[in-house]
Design a binder for this molecule. Structure first.
Ligand code: TRP
Length: 374
């Protein structure tokens, strides 16, 4: 059997360079590799609502942003089925059955759920008091790992390209699959996570040098940023705070500009934009020694990022002129995805033997039982 990819994003904002190096760039490569029977990319609006119940408008407005980002990066609806989670009601039904296979304690141990509870300031699951500052955990939020297991298994995904933060989700999915197949017979496919290739791609820092690009920290470079916005953001980027004069020796570790170069720079870029150097190692060595100014390195980074982003901006501009076609693409993608999910749900119902009306044996046996007693 061929390999199948399923992955996705919550539509809570535009996608940024962190998404690009961490997942989007890879997805396009995987799509084009020809190694996968099917590739599904899902806009996880229902999951986004699990902690944005009071702000459905944010989710609603960002679906098109994420779709535009996908298309501009080169996801091709001819080869990748792009769809919207909430348009596949079969996913809810699968989740409802999987809920019986997972304990509350197991969900409480899920490290990603734990971290998110902290991050969102939800009160402890067992807390009695839910004051105005400390809100309780919504059940839908608490159980979203189960819903994510439905997303993955509905499409019989073998492969889930995702960041390290998603590892607990995939692990939880594998447990559900294992349990389901053990109880009801082999039905579901156990997926594997496909992590980013290297450490830089795992977690691109924000422009302020903080651990991660995040909308709430305001340290993102968006794929939809103009060349001018990009220039300003890179010029204001965190470097080595002790590198005050050009002649001072500088640190490249923890220096955001160099971290970005690690993620984006390739040898050809030197001949094109900075011919005085042959390689990133040579550039780093000069910076460490002293005598290389931040502005020069930043200008080099701007040129490289623009080379990456320019074709993305061009495609985005095109699709921004064709919004109703993008919605039509999402509709068609959702319809096509739904067929696959419906088949899986059908198999799940059969395995669980809750397909009463198709179950001739059940009906006949019960009919016999009652006629024998007549
Ligand atoms: N949890 C993922 C995120 O926050 C989004 C997501 C939902 C997802 N369902 C998925 C990712 C299934 C991979 C597979 O980014």
């Amino acid at each position: 059997m061929g390999k199948i990819i399923l992955t996705g994003d919550r539509p809570t904002g535009k996608l940024h360079l962190g998404h690009y190096v961490g997942s989007l760039r890879r997805r396009v490569e995987l799509q084009n590799s020809g190694e996968y029977e099917r590739v599904f990319v899902m806009i996880a609006d229902a999951q986004a609502l699990t902690d944005n119940a009071d702000n459905p408008e944010k989710v609603r407005q960002n679906i098109i942003e994420v779709a535009l980002d996908y298309l501009s990066c080169g996801l091709d609806p001819e080869r990748t089925t792009i769809f919207i989670q909430s348009q596949i009601p079969e996913l809810c039904e699968l989740a409802f059955y999987y809920m019986n296979l997972v304990t509350v304690a197991r969900l409480q141990r899920n490290p990603t759920v734990k971290a998110e509870i902290q991050l969102r300031g939800f009160s402890d699951a067992n807390a009695e008091e839910e004051g105005p500052q400390r809100q309780g955990i919504p059940v839908g939020f608490f159980t979203y790992p189960i819903s994510q297991a439905s997303d993955i298994t509905a499409f019989r995904a073998t492969t889930v390209p995702a960041g390290q933060d998603q590892e607990p989700m995939i692990e939880q999915t594998r447990e559900i699959v294992h349990k389901f197949n053990a109880v009801y017979g082999p039905t579901l496919v156990e997926p594997e996570i496909l992590l980013p290739e290297n450490a830089v791609c795992m977690r691109l820092p924000g422009t302020d040098g903080k651990a991660k690009m995040s909308k709430s920290l305001g340290n993102c470079i968006y794929l939809s940023d103009s060349a001018e916005e990009l220039r300003k953001k890179v010029m204001g980027m965190y470097t080595d705070p002790d590198h005050l004069r050009i002649d001072d020796p500088g640190k490249v570790e923890g220096n955001t500009v160099f971290t970005y170069l690690d993620a984006f720079c390739c040898p050809e870029h030197f001949a094109k934009y900075l011919p005085d150097y042959q390689s990133l190692d040579e550039l780093k060595a000069h910076y460490r020694r002293g005598g290389l100014g931040d502005v020069k390195v930043k200008k080099f980074l701007i040129a490289i990022l623009n080379e990456t982003l320019e074709p993305i901006r061009e495609r985005r501009a095109y699709f921004e002129e064709h919004i109703s076609d993008v919605y039509e693409m999402l509709r068609a993608g959702s319809e096509s995805a739904r067929k696959v999910a419906a088949q899986t749900l059908h198999d799940v119902r059969n395995a669980m033997r809750i397909n009463y009306f198709d179950d001739k044996e059940l009906i006949e046996a019960q009919a016999r039982h009652y006629s024998d007693h007549a």
